[in-house]
Design a protein around this ligand. Structure first.
Ligand code: CA
Length: 514
């Protein structure tokens, strides 16, 4: 038995009431486990160093409906530690314990763990499917998912890191996208001393209003969809794939060259004034045009939910190429050939609204009965604890750095909502906040990755350089899976990349400017 083996196993002796240690053992160097926690090997070829794995649970208890709850965590501490700590952000409605790699769903390679970080992940306070909101029947589970698991697991993990290495981390980071991005914002707003550096990708910032938007989207699609034999709308047929491609092509035609180069990427997204009305059929509906009802529905989907007198309840989406990406269909209309809907809006979104966002929960809520004048106020109680849109960052800005990013083709998180938040952060905290918090909008990128975009970038390197060496991210070079061989700069909002001349494949040929 090596010294590390016994030192790792000894962490089990710290078990106490309210702190269960299920595992404390050395994992030899080898392939990374898959993110779903199934025990399979990750397909990316990611290799992990030898590390001490501690799995356990804080505050185990029996809650609503006799269900077991508790703050599950997975902590991995490499034998060759680089002195840094990272929290591995969650996703969806959490409920599963991902191996703590610190890799933002595979977008950070090598992962933080492979780079020598001690990394912890958390299950959000409940176990189940990440699409399933039923934990929201339990009061404490709502609090745990909103912010408490992030807080308590971080503090416990730092304590265990101190025990294992005999030293506190030099630097602490949070790396997340989607719900993990929301956790990043939440950490900067509610636990401003926990982390030195935060990467918050595609965050569900106004989470309660995203759920409202998802109900809205389902109603809009149902309005124009053909009916099945039982009279139920087949929302997947609201738009054909050809319709969606037609819109993407038309958006590109109007807006691609605004940034100086027609390269399939719309950098000047604010200059893009596309309206689907230009595609309305002159006569009957054919492949090359949209029906009037479809054009109207697109305006409603992109405009976001509103009250009957027109008051916006979430925010507007920008038109971009991602509408033709399969993830847009998966999110909003799905592929079911019947009135049994399978879109993420009608499954994850509805479960989120029924069980978690709504007070009191209403497991039988029919999305078609949701009233945008009357029912939105039922989301304000959960919204107050899990929406991460506070703008006063005085304490965090004293020591911390945060990179926030969002795909401009994110099918669920409207970039305009994040822009409005960031602009308010600047007005509340003053322009100097740009030396602590920056927002990057990534043209063409869908939720967290994908799309016709430069979606390959190393945000871990960027945040470390900013925190540890004071090198602020004035531009971040990004590569592309969709356009092999090209690179583009990602620019801090409000700047966008514009072509200045030279090799069209190279980021150097673009400048970040107004
Ligand atoms: Ca362009």
């Amino acid at each position: 038995m090596t010294a590390n083996t016994s030192k790792c196993a000894a962490l089990a002796n710290l078990a106490a009431p309210g702190f269960v240690v299920e595992k404390a053992e050395i994992v030899p160097a080898g392939p990374a486990p898959a993110a779903d926690g199934s025990g399979a090997v990750d397909g990316s070829g990611e290799l992990l160093p030898e590390h001490c794995l501690v799995q356990g649970m804080l505050n185990p208890r029996i809650g609503a409906g006799g269900r077991k709850f508790g703050l599950g965590f997975d902590l991995r501490m490499p034998t060759n530690w680089n002195g840094r700590f990272a929290f591995h952000g969650g996703g969806g409605l959490d409920g599963r314990l991902a191996p703590a790699l610190g890799d933002i769903f595979g977008s950070v390679r090598p992962s933080a763990l492979a780079r020598g970080f001690a990394v912890v992940s958390a299950d959000g306070g409940h176990r189940g499917d990440w699409l399933d909101g039923s934990f929201g029947l339990d009061q404490q589970a709502r609090i745990d998912y909103a912010y408490n698991a992030l807080d308590k697991v971080t503090l416990k993990a730092k304590e265990l890191v101190g025990q294992y290495y005999g030293a506190a981390p030099d630097y602490s980071y949070l790396l997340g996208c989607s719900n993990g991005g929301r956790q990043g914002l939440m950490a900067s707003q509610r636990f401003p001393l926990h982390f030195d550096g935060i990467v918050a990708g595609d965050p569900s910032i106004k989470f309660s209003r995203i759920a409202v938007d998802q109900i809205w989207n389902t109603q809009v699609a149902a309005r124009i969809a053909p009916k099945d034999e039982n009279g139920r709308p087949i929302i997947s047929r609201a738009f054909s794939d050809g319709d969606l491609r037609l819109v993407a092509d038309s958006v590109l035609k109007r807006c691609d060259a605004l940034d100086g180069l027609a390269d399939g990427i719309i950098h000047d997204w604010r200059g893009c004034d596309f309206d689907p009305g230009v595609l309305t059929c002159k006569e009957e509906k054919t492949d090359g045009c949209l029906s009037e009802a479809q054009a109207g529905a697109l305006r409603d989907l992109y405009g976001g939910p509103r009250t009957s007198d027109g008051k916006p309840l979430y925010g507007a989406f920008n038109y971009d190429t991602g509408i033709a990406d399969p993830t847009w269909r998966t999110m909003h209309i799905g592929s079911s050939g019947t009135g049994e809907w399978d879109s993420a809006d009608a499954t994850l979104g509805l479960s989120n609204m029924r069980y978690y966002q709504r007070t009191p929960p209403d497991p039988k809520l029919d999305p078609m009965d949701f009233d945008f004048d009357r029912d939105v106020q039922r989301t304000r109680h959960t919204g107050a604890m899990s929406d991460a849109d506070s703008t006063f960052l005085e304490t965090f800005a004293r020591h911390g750095k945060m990179i926030v990013y969002n795909g401009l083709s994110d099918q669920g998180m409207a970039s305009s909502v994040l822009v409005d938040w960031y602009d308010e952060v600047v007005s509340v905290n003053g322009k100097s906040i740009r030396e602590s918090v920056r927002l990057f909008l990534i043209p063409g990128m869908c939720h967290c990755s994908g799309g016709k975009a430069t979606d390959r970038f190393d945000m871990l390197e960027a945040i470390m350089a900013w925190v540890e060496e004071g090198r602020a991210p004035d531009r971040i070079e990004a590569m592309s899976a969709a356009f092999p061989g090209i690179s583009r700069p990602l620019c801090p909002h409000p700047l966008v990349a514009r072509y200045k001349g030279g090799d069209v494949n190279k980021a150097d040929s673009f400048m970040c400017t107004d």
